[in-house]
Structure formats: structure tokens, C-alpha cells
Design a protein around this ligand. Structure first.
Ligand code: R5P
Length: 293
């Protein structure tokens, strides 16, 4: 197996290569003056099982294009298999047309990856794994929630209350609670599909005087997390921590969340950021080993 470190995930790819004691072939990348992407794979991939590691956090179009170019060059060189590790899978939130006429972006991106020769995908906390399961390309979705929960347990927060954003995310809170050992519940967040505005319904949470840790797959603008932190704090939690797998943290998202009462914002290195203190390398390495690496 050969690892190709995509320009957006060099550190993660290096960690994976050393954990798996496998070869890594450098990828040279640059942007032309007009913004177009250039990729050069500095080694021979003929007959090799190739693993491309490339997250697709912003600038997602650029990073997707780099991924398409790496995969299609690996295919042209005659790689025997091309597995794409895409820790943050851009466009996967648009997993159907929510309003008439909306483009089904996740489907389009997966079709292009397939056309470029990708035969399998490993991702982390995809927004809607059930939706991804309906595609013809095999997609393995890993959960980094236990890694985040273990981080907080190691910090001394055993017994903290685990909370998810929205009922749909309740599985995240439940998964975290199996490690933290406390209660779990959800904050009833709702997003208006037209305006994108997030609101929270009235609901009592059993957090008075307790430490609460809020788990979400993504923090993008920070709106959902900031409102949820304020809601939890207003209900009397002694400390509130904001944890996410993919810290996109657009604009001043982290500051906004802290201003609303969070004691700390924590994320993983699925996306490189100032809060990426937990690495997803162990779960990806384990999945690659199970896959025959
Ligand atoms: C929504 O379903 C997701 O789980 C996140 O809560 C959402 O994508 C976060 O977005 P933002 O940070 O922009 O509110």
C-alpha cells in the first residue's frame, strides 16, 4: 500500500504512514496565477494499492479538484486500487434536494470521484451516513466522537452530561456518554431551510450545576453551537464545552462560541485548525488495517 498525502492533509497522511509503517509518495502541488490547480505525483503507482488522504474543508472546491487530479493521475498510472480517505467530506450536507430545483451536490461529487478511478472512500462523521450508503461507491463512515469523549475523560470530566445538537444527532451524545459515563440528551435545534436561521425550542435539560459537553459533527459558522452553548448555560450548567469532529470555524466562529459561554472549543485534525487537539489518525489507521493494509 502507498499513501499519497494530499496538499490539505499532509500531517495526517504522515501520521498514518508512520502508524501503518507504509510507504508515502510525495505529491507536489501549486496554483497557477489564475487559480487553477496543478498536481504532480513524485513516484510510480503502477500496480499499487493507493490511499489518497485529502480532507475537503474550505476552500472545498480547490481541495476537491486536487483530489480529482490525484485520483485520476493514479488511475492513469495503473494503480490497482484507489481508496480515498476524505476526513471531512465537503458537500455531504446537501444529501438530497431539500427545496425544488436544488442540486444534489453529494451525488455529483461521488460520481466524479468514481469517474476519476476512486473505488472506495473512508470518511469521518459524515453528516448523513444513511444517505451516503445509498451510493454505488462503497463509503465507510467512521466516528471520532469516542476520541473526543476520551479527550474530555482524560481531562477529568468523567460523568459530564453529553448533549447533541438536534434529535438527529442524539446517537453522538449516546456514544459519548458510553465513555464519559454521565447522562445524555439533545438540544432541540432547528434550521430554517430558506433563511438558514437556527432556533431552539423550549426544553428543560438536566444540567443544573453540572459540566455539559456539546457534541456536533461540524462547527461551520458557529451559529448552532453558540446558541446551544448559551441555552445550556442559561439552564444552569457549571461549565459548557463545545466539541466537534470537523472544526471548519468560519470567520469568528470560535470567538462567537466562547462569547456565548463555552469554556473551551475542541475539534479533531480532520480539519487543521487552532482547536484541532484530537487526532483521527488512530481510527483511520485501524480502518485501513481492517481493509487489508
Ligand atoms: C447540522 O445539522 C450540523 O450537525 C451542524 O450543527 C451544522 O452544520 C453547524 O453549522 P453552523 O456552525 O453553521 O451552525
Amino acid at each position: 500500500m502507498i499513501i499519497l498525502p494530499g496538499p490539505a492533509s499532509k500531517n495526517l497522511a504522515n501520521r498514518l504512514a508512520s502508524e501503518l509503517k507504509t510507504r508515502l509518495i510525495p505529491v507536489f502541488s501549486k496554483s497557477f496565477p489564475d487559480g487553477e490547480s496543478y498536481i504532480r505525483i513524485e513516484g510510480d503507482l503502477e500496480g499499487e494499492e493507493v490511499v489518497i488522504v485529502q480532507t475537503t474543508s474550505p476552500p472545498q472546491d480547490k481541495r476537491m479538484m486536487q483530489l480529482f487530479l490525484m485520483a485520476s493521475e493514479a488511475k492513469d498510472q495503473g494503480a490497482s486500487n484507489i481508496l480515498a480517505v476524505i476526513p471531512y467530506f465537503a458537500y455531504s450536507r446537501q444529501d438530497k434536494a431539500f427545496l425544488p430545483g436544488e442540486a444534489f451536490s453529494a451525488k455529483t461529487v461521488i460520481s466524479i470521484l468514481k469517474a476519476c478511478g476512486v473505488t472506495q472512500i473512508i470518511t469521518v462523521n459524515a453528516h448523513n451516513p444513511q444517505a451516503l450508503a445509498s451510493f454505488t461507491l462503497p463509503i465507510k463512515d467512521l466516528s471520532a466522537i469516542p476520541l473526543l469523549a476520551r479527550y474530555f475523560k482524560d481531562q477529568g470530566y468523567k460523568g459530564a452530561v453529553s448533549l447533541s445538537m438536534g434529535k438527529k444527532g442524539l446517537a453522538n451524545a449516546k456514544e459519548a456518554a458510553t465513555i464519559l459515563g454521565g447522562e445524555y440528551d439533545f438540544i432541540p435545534t432547528q434550521r430554517d431551510p430558506h433563511t438558514g436561521k437556527v432556533t431552539i425550542e423550549e426544553k428543560r435539560l438536566d444540567v443544573k450545576g453540572k459540566v455539559a459537553i456539546l457534541f456536533d459533527d461540524i462547527i461551520s459558522s458557529g451559529g448552532t453551537m453558540a446558541k446551544s452553548v448559551a441555552h445550556t448555560k442559561n439552564q444552569g450548567a457549571s461549565k459548557v464545552y463545545a466539541a466537534c469532529v470537523h472544526p471548519l470555524l468560519m470567520a469568528n466562529a470560535r470567538e462567537r462560541i466562547v462569547q456565548n459561554g463555552a469554556d473551551e472549543v475542541v475539534g479533531t485534525d480532520s480539519v487543521t485548525s487552532m482547536v484541532s487537539v484530537v487526532s483521527v489518525a488512530p481510527i483511520i489507521a485501524e480502518a485501513l488495517v481492517k481493509n487489508g493494509a
